[in-house]
Design a binder for this molecule. Structure first.
Ligand code: NI
Length: 135
C-alpha cells in the first residue's frame, strides 16, 4: 500500500532568463520580459511529494514536520530573497527557468530522503504556470 504525502513551502526570488551565447535581440525574442536586465521577482510555491509505504509503527510515510524542516533548511533558506542568477552557485551557468529550478531542488533534497521513497517536485512560478520533476 503506497501513499503520497505533500508539503508546500514558499520563497521569493528574482531571476533573469538569458542565454549568454545568444545576441541581445535573440534573447529578447525568446525570453521577452523575462530577459529584463534589471531582473524581476516571483513568489515561488514549492510542493514536495513523497510516495512510499506508511511506517508500520508510526503510520507515517514521512514525518511532515521533518519534511518541512528539510525543505526549509536545504531549499527555501538558500533561495529566499535571493537573486538566483547572481547569488546561487547552481545557476552561474544554468538558466534559472522553473524547469531548471525544480531539477536543482530535487538534487538538493534527493540524498536527504530515504531511497525507498519516491521524490517529486512541483514548482509554481505563478498561480497558472508550474512544472513537475521528474516528469
Ligand atoms: Ni520570471
Amino acid at each position: 500500500m503506497r501513499v503520497a504525502v505533500y508539503r508546500k513551502e514558499h520563497f521569493n526570488a528574482a531571476h533573469r532568463l538569458y542565454n549568454p551565447e545568444w545576441s541581445d535581440e535573440k534573447n529578447d525574442l525568446v525570453f521577452g520580459k523575462c530577459n529584463n536586465p534589471g531582473f524581476h521577482g516571483h513568489n515561488y510555491e514549492i510542493v514536495v511529494k513523497l510516495t512510499g509505504e506508511p511506517d508500520k509503527d508510526t503510520g507515517y510515510v514521512f514525518d511532515m514536520k521533518k519534511l518541512s524542516e528539510l525543505i526549509r533548511e536545504n531549499v527555501t533558506r538558500k533561495f529566499d530573497h535571493k537573486n538566483l542568477n547572481l547569488d546561487i552557485e547552481e545557476f552561474k551557468n544554468l538558466n534559472p527557468t522553473a524547469e531548471n529550478i525544480a531539477v536543482v531542488i530535487y538534487d538538493l533534497l534527493r540524498d536527504k530522503i530515504d531511497n525507498g521513497l519516491d521524490l517529486k517536485i512541483y514548482l509554481y512560478e505563478t498561480e497558472r504556470n508550474f512544472v513537475e520533476y521528474p516528469a
